[in-house]
Ligand binder design. Structure first.
Ligand code: HEC
Ligand code: HEC
Length: 263
C-alpha cells in the first residue's frame, strides 16, 4: 500500500528548491543573494572601532585600576623585568621606565595594548596574557616603586643632555606652551603642577622613549589619547622642540615645576 502513496523523493525536493530560487529571481526577490549579504555591524561595534580607547573612566574602572594588589603584582612583574628593569627602570632608553608611574595610566595602557588600540608587537602579546585584574595588580606594583633614580638598578637614567639649548626651549613649553599654536603647558597635565587623568608623569621617563612617543602621536602611529590632546599638541611641535623636550625629561630636569630648575 505504501508504494501507492504520492511521493516526490529527494530529486523532487531538489527540483522544487531550484524552481523556488528561479521564481524568486524572476520576481525580483532573490533568496540566495539575500541570504549571503553580510548583515551591517551593530552601531556600537562601529563606535568601538573608531574610539581611541575602549577604556571609559567610570566608577568600576576607577576602582579596579586604583585598587590593584601590589604583592600579587610583584609576581607578575617578573615577566616584565627583562625589558622594564628590576626596579622599573629599563636598561634601554627606548623602553619606558614604569617605576612610580600612576597606576591608572599604566592600567589604561595595558588595556589599550590588549584591545590593540595602542600598537606594539611586543606589548600586545604580553598584555594579552593578562586579565584586567592582573593588569591592575602589576600596575599597582610599578606605581609603588620609587621613581627616583638609584644608580645600582638604573644605570642609564638620567641621560646626559646633548645640547644645552634644549633647556630653554623645553622650559618654555613646559611652563607656558605656545598659545599661538594652541599648545598648552606640558606641566599642566603631566605634573608636577597639575595632573589630568590619565596623563603620566614624565619626570623619570627616558629621552628616546619620549621622543618616539611624540613622533608617533604626531604621525598618527599612536592614537590612544582620548580627546586627542597629544595628537594635536605633538603635531604642532617642531622636530627640534620634540628633541629638546625628550632630552629635558630624560636628563631628569622636570622633577620640580619649571621656575625652580637651576641651570
Ligand atoms: C620584551 C620586552 C618587554 C617586556 C617583557 C615587557 N615590556 Fe612593556 N614595553 C616594552 C616596550 C618596547 C614598550 C614601548 C612600546 C611602544 O613603543 O609604544 C613597552 C611599553 C609598556 C607600557 C606603556 C608605558 C607608557 O609609559 O606608556 C606599559 C604599561 C608596559 N609596557 C607594561 C609592561 C608589563 C606590565 C610587563 C610585564 C607583564 C611588560 N610591559 C613586559 C617592552 C616590554
Ligand atoms: C591637556 C593635557 C595634556 C597636555 C597639555 C600635554 N599632554 Fe602629554 N599626554 C596627555 C595624556 C592624557 C596622555 C596619555 C594618553 C594616553 O591615554 O595614552 C599624554 C601622553 C604623553 C606622552 C606619552 C607618555 C608615555 O609614557 O607613553 C608624552 C611623551 C607626552 N604626553 C608629552 C607631552 C609634552 C612634551 C607636552 C607639552 C608640549 C604634553 N605632553 C602636553 C595629556 C596632555
Amino acid at each position: 500500500m505504501d508504494s501507492l502513496k504520492p511521493t516526490i523523493g529527494i530529486r523532487g525536493v531538489v527540483l522544487l528548491c531550484i524552481a523556488v530560487v528561479i521564481f524568486s529571481e524572476l520576481l525580483g526577490l532573490p533568496i540566495l543573494r539575500r541570504a549571503i549579504r553580510p548583515a551591517p555591524p551593530p552601531s556600537n561595534l562601529v563606535a568601538a572601532a573608531a574610539a581611541p580607547s575602549l577604556v571609559a573612566w567610570n566608577e568600576a574602572t576607577i576602582v579596579l585600576s586604583s585598587t590593584g594588589n601590589p604583592v600579587r603584582g610583584e609576581f607578575i612583574s617578573r615577566r616584565c623585568e627583562s625589558c622594564h628593569g628590576v626596579e622599573g627602570f629599563s636598561s634601554q632608553a627606548s623602553t619606558p621606565n614604569l617605576a612610580g608611574i600612576d597606576a591608572q595610566y599604566l592600567w589604561k595602557e595595558l588595556q589599550d595594548f590588549r584591545s590593540a588600540k595602542r600598537k606594539s608587537v611586543i606589548m600586545q602579546q604580553i598584555a594579552g596574557a593578562l586579565t584586567s585584574r592582573d593588569a591592575a595588580d602589576v600596575a599597582a606594583y610599578f606605581a609603588m616603586l620609587p621613581n627616583a633614580p638609584d644608580a645600582q638598578f638604573n644605570p642609564i637614567f638620567p641621560q646626559t643632555l646633548k645640547d644645552q639649548s634644549a633647556i630653554e626651549i623645553a622650559q618654555h613649553l613646559l611652563a607656558v606652551g605656545d598659545p599661538a599654536r594652541g599648545i598648552p603647558p606640558c606641566q599642566a597635565c603631566h605634573g608636577p603642577l597639575g595632573n589630568v587623568r590619565p596623563a603620566p608623569s614624565l619626570a623619570s621617563q627616558n629621552s628616546d622613549y619620549v621622543m618616539s612617543q611624540l613622533n608617533d602621536f604626531a604621525s598618527g602611529a599612536r592614537t590612544n589619547d582620548v580627546n586627542l590632546p597629544m595628537r594635536t599638541i605633538a603635531a604642532e611641535l617642531f622636530p627640534n622642540e620634540r628633541q629638546a623636550l625628550a632630552e629635558f625629561y630624560g636628563a631628569d630636569l622636570a622633577r620640580f615645576p619649571v621656575g625652580y630648575v637651576t641651570q
